[in-house]
Ligand binder design. Structure first.
Ligand code: GCW
Length: 720
């Protein structure tokens, strides 16, 4: 009997313990709120916030944009304090005052140096106003106020002290855009977050609330434009019915400072049966585009412009009529110019009939056209010369077309970095690219960030990772890539780590025990992916078509540059792509200083070694190891880093809500397994070439090479 009581007692105690532990864990979250969660605060944190947000002050009738700023603050404060603050026109102690020179003429006399903020910048300042201690959020325009409101919330959410704020910020780039590769049937090319967010079928009559939340999220990180549809564009996009649908989206996004742009198919008038050709020099074609632009601007007065993929991967373009890129771009630019629109003409071109190194083709085609483009054309260049690989050296066009505006395109979606399954923080990738020195100008450091900021039309485009998934990006951690993209497009000099910290604090918790390990995971994640997929400058070794998983052996596709063997060139003697003078000479496209550095494997950064050089397996690395041994160890290191991320996450279990914890944990388990797969398959394949033994202590791949080759994934997502 006594034993039974003891047993019962122990059982009750255990149950109580489990219950308290469960209580201690935060409530489940599905990720819909992104980094704008505004969860209730308690204790000192709540008191501190209350002291700096006792009221919201704005005078006059707010525009839809100023109203959005006020609504966001109200919503946030109601969430965090349990009660929305009073709104009024008169300052009181602890008030948040939102003002532009138009809403509060006195601002102009206050020596705030508002001019330097431009049309989109803001300032946050703790100060005295009408004898009251307030926080001023000031800007020249209402959109600046909205950005300022979000900046204040970011400061609050990341645990910054609110008593002595003095921040000013203005974007370094004019165009900070998302590119959706969304099709009209709602499939998304290279999308891993469900169907397209745009419900084209139901538009324009039915406007999902999600469109407004999309706009809020984007405005919170400074994104000011969105290209709604895939660059592989359908001609129907420009039909009256779809212009009406785009106009409905434009109306939902407008209060948040987000302009709508469209991808256009170069042959649209021909395919819609309106003209007999798509020749840019045919007056009937140019007239059609002018009339079309007029029609679009009647429906969307602040329409941003066109994005064009022409003469690339089978898309039509001016070269079909023996015209140049500039001929094509300028014809469209002339149609948009009267309305203030821009043409973003993509430099991502490579063609069947060009036997040259794919990495050279964009430069070869565009550099000779420098200076030929109209002033409202901006050439959109991918960050690297191949295609959104886990790592690439920067594109040689940056800094090489001084008489043409260039903007940079990066991928936010992870076509080549494990879709939404693997964690890979792209803030690190963007930062690496933006800080790369192009050596193209008179400055000691002509980083890509500086080159971009110096363009007449400046900007960045990020290929969106947003879909209809409840958590927007398909995985919680992929939200960080959307966030980092926006923050870096605003300030290309910002630090990826600082951005990771902001994101982790807002999305999970500012508590260092939570944010610290999450930042560590983010910061190690991209290098881990590089190491287990494509170490030491290897690239484009992914599975055919879907680009998931290792397939370095593929050699039978129609076009040479579709085959991984084209890129790694491994044989019995060595590995790597010779892009020096004895090879494709792609190196010559870089500024002399860089070209000199890349010409010699000894001075080429190790991370780009096999990008630029074909080297014997026995080549001595700076570590003293042979290239073969080093390569194998990198693969192992990638797997080890992935396991380390997993361990960090496991330790966070008590501090993260179960819903998000479990989802991330499941993905990490798959990532560890797949990192191992990448490592095993790659080593098995390269060993079949090198015929060398593995370094001592290294485990051989558990399966024969053929077993890896036999894997196929006919239903992998994202092929549009
Ligand atoms: O990365 C490649 C993708 C294609 C894409 C193309 C591009 C939209 O595999 O799916 O097409 O680049 O950027 O145009």
């Amino acid at each position: 009997m006594k034993a039974m009581y003891r047993w019962l007692w122990a059982a009750l105690l255990a149950m109580a313990l489990v219950a308290t532990q469960a209580n201690a864990r935060a409530a489940d979250e599905d990720g819909y709120d992104l980094w704008l969660r505004y969860r209730p605060l308690t204790g000192a944190a709540q008191a501190a916030l209350r002291a700096h947000a006792s009221a919201l002050v704005y005078s006059g009738q707010p525009s839809p944009t100023a109203a959005a700023a006020l609504a966001e603050l109200r919503r946030a404060l109601a969430g965090m304090l349990g009660q929305a603050p009073a709104t009024g026109a008169v300052a009181q102690d602890g008030a948040l005052v939102l003002a532009t020179p138009a809403s509060m003429p006195a601002l102009s006399g206050m020596d705030l140096k508002l001019d330097a903020l431009g049309a989109e910048g803001y300032l946050l300042r703790s100060m005295r106003l009408q004898g009251r201690r307030v926080t001023l959020i000031a800007a020249n325009t209402d959109i600046g106020l909205l950005y300022g409101a979000f900046a204040w919330l970011r400061a609050q959410d990341s645990g910054a002290p609110l008593a002595n704020l003095d921040q000013r910020s203005a974007p370094a780039l004019q165009l900070r855009l998302l590119n959706h590769w969304d099709n009209l049937d709602r499939s998304v090319e290279r999308g891993y977050a469900g169907q397209s967010i745009w419900n084209w079928w139901e538009l324009p009559g039915i406007r999902a609330r999600r469109y407004t939340d999309y706009a809020r999220a984007n405005a919170s990180i400074g994104i000011n434009g969105t290209v709604l549809n895939n660059v592989n564009a359908a001609p129907e996009m420009l039909s009256p019915a779809y212009i009406a649908k785009s106009a409905a989206l434009a109306a939902a996004l407008r209060p948040y400072g987000i302009k709508v742009y469209l991808s256009v198919r170069f042959s649209t008038p021909l395919e819609l049966g309106a003209t007999k050709s798509a020749d840019p020099l045919d007056p009937a074609v140019a007239a059609w585009w002018r009339a079309k632009a007029d029609e679009i601007y009647r429906a969307i007065p602040d329409f941003g412009g066109f994005l064009v993929k022409a003469n690339s991967e089978g898309q039509p373009g001016p070269q079909d009529y023996h015209r140049s890129h500039a001929d094509g771009a300028n014809m469209l630019a002339a149609a948009l110019a009267p309305h203030g629109g821009v043409v973003m003409w993509r430099a991502f071109v490579y063609a069947d009939d060009k036997p040259t190194d794919r990495a050279k083709q964009a430069y070869d085609q565009f550099k000779p056209e420098d200076g030929h483009f109209a002033s409202n054309v901006v050439v959109q260049v991918k960050n690297g010369p191949i295609d959104f690989q886990p790592r690439e050296p920067v594109h040689p066009l940056f800094g090489a077309m001084p008489r043409t505006s260039l903007m940079m395109e990066v991928q936010i979606t992870k076509e080549y970095l494990g879709f939404a399954t693997h964690i890979a923080y792209l803030g690190s990738l963007y930062e690496e690219v933006l800080r790369s020195d192009t050596h193209t100008g008179p400055n000691a450091n002509d980083s890509v960030a500086q080159v971009l900021a110096g363009q007449r039309i400046s900007g960045m485009a990020g290929v969106s990772n947003i879909g209809s998934a409840r958590n927007w990006s398909g995985s919680h951690f992929d939200q960080a890539n959307w966030y980092a993209y926006g923050r870096l497009a605003w300030d290309p000099q910002a630090s990826a780590r600082a951005i990771a910290q902001e994101w982790a604090a807002q999305t999970f918790s500012p508590d260092a025990r939570v944010a610290g390990p999450i930042v560590d995971m983010l910061m190690m994640s991209r290098e881990a992916v590089v190491d287990y997929m494509t170490p030491l400058g290897l690239h484009h070794l992914m599975g055919t078509g879907h680009h998931y998983g290792p397939a370095p052996w593929v050699a039978d596709l129609k076009r040479p540059e579709w085959n991984p063997v084209y890129y790694h060139r491994a044989d019995h003697d060595g590995i790597g792509f010779d892009r020096g003078a004895s090879g494709s000479d792609a190196i010559a496209q870089y500024a002399p200083e860089l070209a000199r550095q890349y010409a010699d494997p000894r001075t080429t950064p190790e991370k780009y070694l096999l990008w630029f050089h074909h080297l014997p397996w026995t080549y001595r690395m700076p570590s003293g190891r042979t290239l073969w041994d080093e390569l194998v160890l990198r693969y192992d290191s990638g797997v080890a880093q992935t396991r380390a991320m997993q361990a960090r996450w496991s330790a966070l279990k008590p501090l993260i809500d179960a819903e998000r914890y479990d989802d991330v944990a499941a993905r990490l388990a798959v990532q560890v397994e797949e990192a191992q797969w990448w490592r095993d398959a790659s080593i098995a394949y390269f060993q079949s070439k090198s015929q060398l033994p593995l370094p001592p202590g290294v485990k051989p791949p558990p399966l024969p090479l053929d077993a890896y080759k036999a894997r196929s994934f006919p239903f992998a997502p994202g092929r549009g």
